[in-house]
Design a protein around this ligand. Sequence first.
Ligand SMILES: [Zn+2]
Ligand SMILES: [Zn+2]
Length: 73
Amino acid sequence: MCQISTENKCPLCGNSNHCGVNDIGGCWCGKIEIPMELIEQLPEQGKACICLGCVKASLAARGGQVSFCADGG
Ligand SMILES: [Zn+2]
Ligand SMILES: [Zn+2]
């Protein structure tokens, strides 16, 4: 049995994470690099997506930017 997240709230800030893992096109979270330090903060890894706001905030704190994978690279 595979467990798919049904949690729509960001585990870090509680805002909606707009996760689309159940969508045909997949979720935005699968297209960007989530900082490992954010993932380590999750109480239950793999349960819910981190929201884009938290990802951006973490990256900005490190002086980086959100980098979406370009199609066809
Ligand atoms: Zn968040
Ligand atoms: Zn997601």
